[in-house]
Design a protein around this ligand. Structure first.
Ligand code: EPZ
Length: 410
């Protein structure tokens, strides 16, 4: 693979920042929004609620939530993705109520929202939760800031509670908060619009409620996982690629592992050059919340391990069942992967063989595409709609790097 690839805006920042526009009584402009199906779904939900959405050229979007007319998003759209749960916190904060169907999205693991609910209750919300929807309204003492200590480091709960607390009277402290780059991005977006949030990126976040948010302009950070996916592809297939529009600091946990495996990495201000001859050596990876090795890179690094010389160990500490989204498919391509609880033992093989495989979630699909690009023969990856949920123009970007990849319309 040769050439350069430009990374799009971060999916997991965009799917939080766009619903956060509900908090603003006015117009905001969000730039570097990735053109992916999850973003298209959330924008449809917002328009359906009465937010005026305008898509501009070059990945910018304006949103005006002044005249929202409903606090019940369309359940059919809500069920299409996981991040629709952010509508709960945003609607509760702005309107004191919300009626949101339970989210859908990639079901590679049991993904409860009990920590989100814990946060809303701590802020004074009355919660009516069924296995279909979550209804929130102000409790008898009203809504106000409070201290919330999360039992689990949860990206979604951290972001949802930040949004819920933004317009409430008083101060909210979130303890044991997640520290992912997209959480800092949400806090920076809200502060740009007039919020008062400090500590994002640490495990303790303070939100001082404000009366209202005004408009403004904000650019979403580059996608750490999209960048990591291309780096893993070059490491596995071999090549010399410049990955542009990245924040190297966000990539350290990924690039250090790929260097350990034998790829050479050069960091520049906003780009990373990776060179690999495809000959990798085994390593050990344990996924962790940021700044650890991201669970969303588990499948991609596993593909590198299947091709590495020696025996690698991959331990999943966030979603224990995530291996089952793709390991059988890689085994069908000739990989040697033994799963034992939270750990997969991966014995490298010189090369995988093309096969017909099926993507079961977003990152599994991306990993199978990397496996197919490295394998001898042709690989058919079914269900690539999962991949297109989170990767902007993946086929076009891979093709520009010299990959032989086509979409087959069914
Ligand atoms: C976000 O999911 C991401 N999705 C996921 O990325 C990512 O894998 C995950 O964070 C971890 O980084 C979005 O941002 C839209 P969590 P989220 O709450 O927020 C448990 C991708 O590929 N938990 O941090 O749902 C949970 O079961 C997607 O882009 C509770 O127990 O993840 C898990 O074990 C896949 N109760 C752990 O915490 C809760 O209320 C981390 O989950 C919430 C979570």
């Amino acid at each position: 693979m040769r050439g350069s690839v430009t990374i799009s805006g971060a999916k997991n920042a965009a799917v939080a920042i766009l619903p956060a526009a509900i908090l603003i009584e006015g117009k905001c402009r969000v730039e570097n929004v990735p053109d992916i199906s999850d973003v298209r779904v959330i924008l449809t939900i917002l328009q359906d609620l009465g937010v005026v959405v305008e898509k501009l050229p070059g990945g910018a979007v304006t949103l005006d939530a002044t005249y929202i007319r409903s606090t019940k998003p369309n359940p059919e759209f809500v069920k299409k993705m996981r991040a629709s749960y952010y509508l709960m916190g945003a609607l509760l904060s702005r309107f004191g109520q919300a009626d949101v169907a339970l989210p859908g999205g990639c079901n590679f693991a049991n993904r409860p929202i009990d920590q989100h609910i814990k946060g809303f209750k701590a802020l004074g919300a009355k919660v009516d939760e069924t296995d279909e929807y979550v209804r929130l309204c102000a409790g008898e003492n009203g809504l106000c800031g409070n201290r919330v200590s999360l039992d689990v480091v949860s990206v979604g709960a951290t972001m949802n509670i930040i949004m819920a607390a933004t317009l409430l009277p008083g101060q909210t402290i979130i303890e044991n908060a997640a520290k992912e780059p997209h959480i800092v991005d949400l806090a920076n977006f809200l502060n740009t619009m007039g919020a008062d949030i400090s500590g994002a990126g640490t495990d303790t976040i303070k939100i001082r409620g404000v009366q209202k948010l005004t408009g403004g302009t904000y650019a979403i950070i580059p996608d750490q996982i999209e960048a990591g996916t291309y780096l893993a592809a070059v490491a596995a297939v071999g090549g010399d690629v410049l990955v542009k529009n990245v924040i190297p600091k966000h990539m350290e946990c990924i690039t250090s592992k790929l260097e350990e495996m034998g790829a050479s990495i050069q960091n520049f201000d906003d780009s990373i050059r990776i060179v690999s001859n495809g000959n990798l050596t085994c390593t050990t990876v344990k996924t962790r919340p940021y700044p650890g090795f991201p669970t969303d890179m588990q499948a991609q690094i596993c593909v590198c391990m299947t091709l590495a010389d020696g025996v690698s160990k991959l331990t999943e500490n966030v979603y224990e069942t995530r291996f089952f989204g793709y390991c059988n498919e890689l085994t069908a391509m000739g990989a040697d992967i033994q799963i034992n609880g939270k750990t997969a033992v991966v014995t490298g093989t010189p090369r995988l063989s093309g096969a017909s495989v099926t993507a079961k979630d977003l990152r599994a699909g991306a990993a199978l595409i990397i496996a197919g690009l490295s394998a001898r023969g042709t690989t058919y990856v079914d269900n690539i709609h999962y991949v297109e949920r989170g990767y902007e123009q993946l086929i076009e970007k891979m093709t520009a790097l010299g990959a032989d990849i086509q979409r087959i319309e069914e």
